[in-house]
Design a protein around this ligand. Structure first.
Ligand code: SAH
Length: 462
C-alpha cells in the first residue's frame, strides 16, 4: 500500500505547471501535481497550464489559472461577456459537443467508481439543437449601479450585483420582460429595494414564458403593498411587453434572502399562464414549480415513458412526483398511476393538472416517498413499473428496501446527480435488479448539471 502523504507538495502562492485531465463537479479543471489533486477553475481537460496555488487543503489544493501553455481544440470563446463573473453558467468555455461528451463521461465514471457497475450501456448525451435561450423563467434582483437602476445576478457566494444586459440561456421574451420593466420603473421613478437599509420598493423581477403558447407573465416582488403610479405602470407594461397576459405582485416585507413573500395578487390579466409538455397542459402560476427547460423535459420524460414500456394494464408508482409531470405523461398509457411528493402545494398542482387534462386514473398523495410507499405496499398496492425522480441526495434507503420487497418488473430512475444515482443502482443491483441502459439528457446546457434516465429490470428470480 502507498504511504499516506503527510504533506501537500505545494504551498500557497507557488506557481506550478499542470496537465489538466478531468473536470470537477463544478466544472473546474482537475490535474495531479506529484500525485496531489489540484482544482483550477477555467482550465479544461487536455490542456497544459500554469497556475498559482491559492488554497491548500489536506488532500487537494485550488489554483488560479495564470497561463494556458497548450489549449485544447475543445476550448470555445464564451458567448456571454459576464460568463466569468456571473456563476450561472459553468461551461461556456467548452464547445457544446465536448460538454455533451463530458456529461456522459461523468455518468460512466460515477457508475464504475461509486456503483462498481461494469459493462452498462451509457448512451451519448441527448443535447439540444440550439443550446441557447432555453430557460423559461428569469428571476433577477434589482440594484443600483452608478446611480442607475440595474438588473443582474449576484456574484457566486456574495450579494454584489453584476449587471446583466442580456442572458443568452434565457428565453428572449424573459429578457424583454426584465429589461423593459426595468426601463419603465426608471422612467416612473419607482425605486429598487435596498438590502442594507430595508428601504425602496421593487426587490425582484420574475419573467415566465410558456414556450408552446407564447404567453408571458411578469411578477413584481415588492417590499410592501403600495406601488406608486400603479395604473400608469400597468398601462406601460401592457403596451411595451410582447405576449404579456399576466401581471402579478408578490409582497415580501421580510429582511431575508428568500425571494417570495406570502401574499400574491394579480394586478392585471390572468392568474396563471398555460404551457404544454407533450400533449399535457400545465397551468403555471407565479409561484408554481415548472421544469425550466421544457424542450428537454419532453425528451427526458419521453425516455422515461419509453423505458416504462406500458401496454395500458400496468399499475405505476411515481415517487418524488412534483407537480405530476411524469405521472400525467404515463397515465395515458397505464391503468393507474400513484404519485407521491413531499411538497403539499405541488400535489395540489398535480391534482389540478390532472383535472385540466381530464385524466382520471392518477392518485396523488403528499408525504415522504420512503413513508408513503411502504404504507401503500402494506395496503396491497403493487407496482408493475416504479419511477423515481429524487432530488440531488438520491433515494432514501427505506424506499429502496421497499422496492426490493415489492419487486416491480421495471424501475425507471430519473436522476440529477450521477453520484447518488450510482450509489442507489448498486443497492438495487445487490437486491436483484439489473441496470439495462442509461440515457444522459442535457437539461441545462452550459452548466455542470447532468441528468439521466435509467432502466432497471427485475432479474432476481431468474
Ligand atoms: N418529476 C417531478 C420533479 C421531481 S424533482 C416533476 O415533474 O415535477 C424532485 C422532487 O422530490 C421535488 O418536487 C421535491 O419536493 C421532492 N421530494 C424531496 N424529498 C422528498 C421525499 N422524501 N419524498 C417525496 N418527495 C420528495
Amino acid at each position: 500500500m502507498a504511504k499516506p502523504k503527510l504533506q501537500a507538495p505545494v504551498v500557497k502562492n507557488q506557481y506550478i505547471e499542470l496537465a489538466i485531465t478531468g473536470l470537477g463537479h463544478e466544472g473546474e479543471g482537475v490535474g495531479k501535481y506529484e500525485g496531489f489533486t489540484i482544482f483550477v477553475p477555467n482550465a479544461l481537460p487536455g490542456e497544459q497550464i500554469q497556475a498559482k496555488v491559492v488554497r491548500v487543503q489536506k488532500t487537494y489544493a485550488y489554483g488560479r489559472l495564470i497561463k494556458i501553455i497548450a489549449a485544447t481544440p475543445d476550448r470555445a470563446e464564451p458567448a456571454c461577456p459576464i460568463f466569468h463573473r456571473c456563476g450561472g453558467c459553468h461551461l461556456q468555455h467548452l464547445s457544446y459537443p465536448a460538454q455533451l461528451q463530458h456529461k456522459r463521461q461523468s455518468v460512466v465514471d460515477a457508475l464504475t467508481r461509486i456503483g462498481k457497475l461494469e459493462g452498462v450501456t451509457v448512451h451519448e448525451t441527448l443535447g439540444m439543437d440550439n443550446p441557447w435561450r432555453y430557460r423559461n423563467k428569469a428571476q433577477v434582483p434589482l440594484g443600483e449601479i452608478d446611480g442607475r437602476l440595474a438588473v443582474g445576478f449576484y456574484a457566486p457566494r456574495s450579494h454584489d450585483l453584476i449587471e446583466m444586459q442580456s442572458c443568452d440561456i434565457q428565453h428572449m421574451y424573459n429578457d424583454q420582460i426584465v429589461h423593459t420593466t426595468k426601463e419603465i420603473l426608471q422612467e416612473l421613478g419607482i425605486s429598487q429595494y435596498e438590502e442594507a437599509t430595508g428601504r425602496g420598493i421593487v426587490r425582484h423581477l420574475i419573467g415566465r414564458t410558456a414556450v408552446h403558447t407564447d404567453e408571458t407573465m411578469l411578477v413584481l416582488v415588492t417590499n410592501g403593498r403600495k406601488i406608486p403610479q400603479k395604473d400608469v405602470l400597468i398601462e406601460r407594461l401592457r403596451q411595451r411587453i410582447p405576449h404579456l397576459v399576466s401581471i402579478v405582485q408578490n409582497i415580501n416585507t421580510e429582511r431575508t434572502n428568500v425571494i417570495f413573500g406570502r401574499e400574491t395578487l394579480t394586478l392585471w390579466g390572468k392568474d396563471a399562464i398555460t404551457d404544454t409538455i407533450g400533449s399535457i397542459k400545465f397551468e403555471i402560476s407565479a409561484r408554481s414549480f415548472f421544469q425550466v427547460n421544457p424542450v428537454q423535459t419532453e425528451v427526458l420524460y419521453g425516455k422515461a415513458l419509453e423505458y416504462a414500456q406500458l401496454s395500458g394494464s400496468e399499475t405505476v408508482i411515481d415517487a418524488y412526483c412534483g407537480i405530476g409531470t411524469i405521472s400525467l405523461f404515463l397515465a395515458q398509457k397505464a391503468r393507474a398511476v400513484y404519485g407521491v411528493e413531499i411538497v403539499p402545494e405541488a400535489i395540489e398542482d398535480a391534482k389540478r393538472n390532472a383535472e385540466l387534462n381530464e385524466i382520471t386514473n392518477t392518485h396523488f398523495t403528499a408525504g415522504e416517498a420512503e413513508t408513503v410507499i411502504p404504507a401503500w405496499y402494506h395496503d396491497g398496492i403493487r407496482a408493475d413499473v416504479l419511477v423515481v425522480d429524487p432530488p440531488r441526495k438520491g433515494c432514501d434507503e427505506r424506499l429502496l428496501a421497499t422496492i426490493a420487497d415489492m419487486k416491480p418488473e421495471r424501475v425507471v430512475y430519473v436522476s440529477c446527480n450521477p453520484g447518488t444515482l450510482a450509489r442507489d443502482l448498486r443497492y438495487l443491483e445487490d437486491h436483484g435488479y439489473k441496470t439495462v441502459e442509461v440515457q444522459p439528457v442535457d437539461m441545462f446546457p452550459h452548466t455542470f448539471h447532468v441528468e439521466c434516465c435509467v432502466l432497471l429490470k427485475w432479474s432476481g428470480d431468474e
